[in-house]
Design a protein around this ligand. Structure first.
Ligand SMILES: [Zn+2]
Ligand SMILES: [Zn+2]
Length: 178
């Protein structure tokens, strides 16, 4: 996106975010020093850094903005109860799923892959995001007993910010707090 910085000539000069921290020439000819991206974002009234969906959800949960609404996500009954759900978004074996599939048929690929890896490169990290749902006690008990992945996923997808996260991590697994 473009940010605006003020030139001595009075113009508000639109500068692309790619120009942050460098210099930009106004149409009047003056060379302007463009602030760092974080400063440009603050001046534009935004958070200094772009946050990930997972970080935004974490913040919303901390702020008690989630779960939202007062209706059970499953049966629609008005309720103040919530179901604790964790979404395990990333696991080492998921990130390297493609490689592991190859290993199954060609063992030598595994060695090629091992040799090509930098020793300090992590195999992957686990990203676990709390995705609490507004849910009545009866529905929560039922879900905990059955643990139906597909159904839980469908319920999560109805919450826009959870849907966004699920699109980023299609292999994510939902875990219910039992
Ligand atoms: Zn100017
Ligand atoms: Zn319910």
């Amino acid at each position: 996106m473009d940010f605006k910085i003020r030139c001595g000539c009075g113009r508000n000069v639109p500068v692309p975010s790619s120009a942050a921290g460098s210099q930009f020439r106004c149409t009047c000819g003056q060379i302007l020093s463009v602030p760092k991206l974080s400063e440009l974002r603050i001046q534009a009234g935004k958070a200094p850094f772009e946050r990930t969906t997972a970080e935004r959800i974490g913040q919303m949960v901390a702020d008690n903005a989630l779960p939202d609404g007062n209706q059970c996500a499953s049966c629609g009954t008005v309720t103040g109860e919530a179901l604790k759900v964790l979404l395990v978004c990333e696991r080492p074996w998921q990130r390297h799923a493609g490689i592991w599939a190859k290993i199954a048929s060609h063992a030598f690929v595994f060695w090629e892959w091992l040799l090509s890896r930098h020793p300090e490169e992590p195999l992957g990290r686990e990203l676990v995001v709390p995705v609490p749902l507004r849910m009545c006690a009866a529905c929560a008990t039922d879900l905990k007993r059955r643990q139906p992945q597909h159904e839980i996923r469908r319920i999560l997808e109805d919450v826009p910010v959870y849907d966004e996260l699920l699109r980023q991590y299609p292999g994510a697994v939902a875990m219910l707090d039992v």
